[in-house]
Design a protein around this ligand. Structure first.
Ligand SMILES: [Zn+2]
Ligand SMILES: [Zn+2]
Length: 338
C-alpha cells in the first residue's frame, strides 16, 4: 500500500510503498477514506519531545471502511463505516473500561491515517451512523478535541465565552459553546480571515486583532468572559487569557505549546481564576461528536478547505507550517493526484 511516511525531524514526509497491514488477534484493517491533517502532527515531525520514530505513519483523524478482521473480532464486520479512536489503551483496565483510555498505563496515540490502510484494535473503532458520510467522519476526532475542552469548562447556560485562535480547534470550541448554551461567543485570531467561518461555527463576535483588548472583548460580550479558550499554543497567550478572563473565571488551554511560557501569577491569583488543560477526549465525547455531525455535517464541514491526494500531501503538510489560508485539510488516500 501507499503511505506518507515520517523519516526524520525537520524533513518532509515521503510517499512510498510499504507492506499492507495484516490484522492480528482483535485487530482490524481499516481502508482509510479521509484523514485530517492535524496541527499536532506538524509538531510531532519537528519537535523531539514527541519521540517520533523513523518509518511511522502519522494521521489520527480518520474515518474509513473495515477491510479485514483478525481473530476474535466480533464487534464490527467488513464494510462497516468507522472512525478510529486514536487514544490507544489496553482496553481492559478500569480507566479504559470507563471510556477514558487517556489515563491507561499503556496509553499511546495511534496514527496510520496518512496511508491507504491502517490497523486498529477492535475496541478503538467507533461505528459511524449509517447516514453520516464517511468523508464527514474524519471530523469526529477534531470535533471531539474541542468538545472535551468545552465540557471541562462546565459552562453555565448563558455563559460569555472568548476563544483565542480560529483554527479548527478554536472554531469547534465556538460550535460546542453554542451547543452548550453560551449566550455570547467572541473569537479573536491573528487576522480577520476566519471571521466568516467563525460566525458560521457559532461565534457572535469576531474581535479585530488590530484592536483586541479586554475593553473590546468586554464591549462585545457585555462583560468579561466567564470562560476563555486558548486554542493557538504560542508562548504568552496564557497571560492574555488571565487578562481577558473575569475573576473566578475559567481558562481552558487547548493549544499545544512546546516552548517555555510565563505568566504573571499575581493577576491570576488575585482574580482567583481556574486554569484547566485539555488534551484528549473520552469515548462518550467521540460518540457525541459523531452523532452531532450526523445531524449537522454542513456547519463543521465548512472548516474543510482542501482535499488532497496522498501524493500531494507532503508539500501541503510543509506549507501548513506557515500561516496559511487553509483551515482543515483532508487527505484522501484514494484520491487521484490533482
Ligand atoms: Zn488532531
Ligand atoms: Zn487500559
Amino acid at each position: 500500500m501507499r503511505a506518507a511516511v515520517f523519516h526524520k525531524l525537520g524533513s518532509p514526509l515521503v510517499v512510498e510503498s510499504i507492506p499492507d497491514p495484516t490484522p492480528g488477534a482483535n485487530e482490524v484493517v481499516v481502508e482509510v477514506c479521509r484523514c485530517g491533517i492535524c496541527g499536532s502532527d506538524l509538531h510531532i515531525t519537528e519537535d523531539p519531545i514527541f519521540g517520533a520514530k523513523d518509518g511511522m505513519v502519522l494521521g489520527h483523524e480518520y474515518s474509513g471502511r473495515v477491510a479485514a478482521l483478525g481473530k476474535g473480532v466480533d464487534t464490527v464486520k467488513v464494510g462497516d463505516h468507522v472512525a478510529v479512536f486514536p487514544v490507544h489503551g489496553c482496553g481492559k483496565c478500569a480507566t479504559c473500561l470507563a471510556g477514558v483510555p487517556a489515563w491507561c498505563t499503556q496509553m499511546r496515540i495511534d496514527g496510520g491515517g496518512y496511508g491507504e490502510y491502517s490497523l486498529a484494535e477492535q475496541h478503538q473503532l467507533i461505528k459511524l451512523p449509517k447516514t453520516l458520510a464517511l468523508e464527514d467522519g474524519a471530523l469526529v476526532e477534531p470535533m471531539a478535541v474541542s468538545l472535551h475542552g468545552v465540557a471541562l469548562a462546565k459552562p453555565e447556560p448563558g455563559a460569555r465565552v472568548l476563544i483565542i485562535g480560529a483554527g479548527p480547534i478554536g472554531l469547534a470550541a465556538a460550535y460546542w459553546s453554542k451547543f452548550m448554551g453560551a449566550s455570547k461567543i467572541a473569537v479573536t485570531a491573528g487576522s480577520m480571515r476566519r471571521a466568516e467561518l467563525a460566525y458560521k461555527m457559532g461565534a457572535t463576535h469576531f474581535i479585530d486583532p488590530a484592536n483586541a483588548s479586554p475593553e473590546a472583548v468586554n464591549a462585545a460580550l457585555g462583560g468579561p468572559p466567564d470562560i476563555v479558550y486558548e486554542a493557538v499554543g504560542k508562548a504568552g497567550l496564557i497571560q492574555k487569557c488571565v487578562e481577558y478572563c473575569k475573576p473566578r473565571g475559567t481558562i481552558i488551554v487547548l493549544g499545544l505549546c512546546t516552548a517555555p511560557d510565563t505568566f504573571m501569577p499575581f493577576q491570576f491569583v488575585s482574580k482567583e481564576q481556574r486554569i484547566q488543560a485539555s488534551a484528549f477526549y473520552e469515548v462518550r465525547e467521540f460518540q457525541l461528536a459523531a452523532d452531532v455531525l450526523e445531524k449537522d455535517p454542513e456547519t463543521p464541514g465548512a472548516m474543510v478547505t482542501d482535499i488532497v491526494s496522498l501524493e500531494d500531501m507532503p508539500p501541503m503538510f510543509e506549507a501548513l507550517r506557515q500561516r496559511s489560508t487553509q483551515c482543515k485539510v483532508m487527505v484522501d488516500p484514494r484520491h487521484l493526484r490533482a
